[in-house]
Design a protein around this ligand. Sequence first.
Ligand SMILES: Nc1nc2c(ncn2[C@@H]2O[C@H](COP(=O)(O)OP(=O)(O)OP(=O)(O)O)[C@@H](O)[C@H]2O)c(=O)[nH]1
Ligand SMILES: [Mg+2]
Length: 350
Amino acid sequence: MTEKQRPLTNDEPGGRAPAQPEVDAESAALIEAFLRGEGAASADWRAEPLPPDHKSGFVAVIGRPNVGKSTLVNALVGQKVAIVSPKPQTTRRRLLGIRTRPDHQAIFIDTPGIHDRPLHRLGTQMVESAVAIIPDADVILFVVDVSVPPGPEDAHIARLLPAKAEARPVLFVLNKMDQLRLETAQARIESYWALLPGYADSMPVSALRGTNVERLMSHILDRLPAGPRYYPDTQLTDQTERQIAAELVREAVLRYTQQEVPHAVAVLVEHYEERPNGVLYVGATLWVEKESQRPILIGKGGEMLKRIGAAARKELERMVGNQVYLELWVKVRPDWRNRPRDLRELGLEE
Ligand SMILES: Nc1nc2c(ncn2[C@@H]2O[C@H](COP(=O)(O)OP(=O)(O)OP(=O)(O)O)[C@@H](O)[C@H]2O)c(=O)[nH]1
Ligand SMILES: [Mg+2]
């Protein structure tokens, strides 16, 4: 045993140290190496060498509801980090999609759709959280849906941009180009161009099919500053596994329920633990706003809740690469979309 390894006893000068447990040889060697600073560099991702022209930064993805912002973030990251649905106002809170490559790290901020008539406190929060991020971004992607003509909400965002984006680069993303008919493409694209002043470059893409997504990425890179990695290369999002699980349940709710019901549902994961048999147990509560929404979500003989659970479980199993046991409950929280305490509990309000 070396001098360093020998535990202090009360007899030694400066003693009165508490008795220490015996350390086995392997652990002692590791501790010694750690104290000498060995191995620390490999454990610290910040210390990994990067190319001198490494670029990084935050890219805000904004647009009216349902234009394909979350689909685009998933395509740019190369993995699903955000839920997607054909119903507007799917994304409720800002989330990060982190793309790390040898020469860059782009941190995409997916945002709720911006519109000018929120009907409740949640809606107001959603719009505010999207607008508030614009001045903090290095690059702004303004996403529109070219399968339909520009609407008042697109115009509203275009009007916001000069003040909010200040001198920051704006890329105008003309999404859903797969839905554009060639005969009408020119006129349609020109009607979108009319929204923005000439300084914003534009790019037609199909986030769904992946068309032009890497070309868009190279335009983003041209505008990103030199900088370090802000997150480890293995990190894809800022959401916890619990939050992702809640979102996947909500995605299934959005898929199977109609009209007002999916928007009145919030999901809170209450249990998330690996059982000794290796199965991941997830227990989540679905909050609805009114007593009348409960039977709709549960369905005849529990049919609807089973369908939602089966779809969410499949997605969850894909995410964790493990068997999942998912249990869902439905509870009423009257008017939760207008109640600050409920919104805070759900992480939808600071
Ligand atoms: N045809 C086509 N559909 C797309 C494309 N991109 C997205 N979509 C579809 O558009 C719908 C809305 O996509 P989302 O990514 O959820 O849209 P979003 O802008 O994030 O919507 P909110 O979160 O509600 O603001 C989904 O049904 C997508 O599959 C595309 O390039 N082509
Ligand atoms: Mg979205």
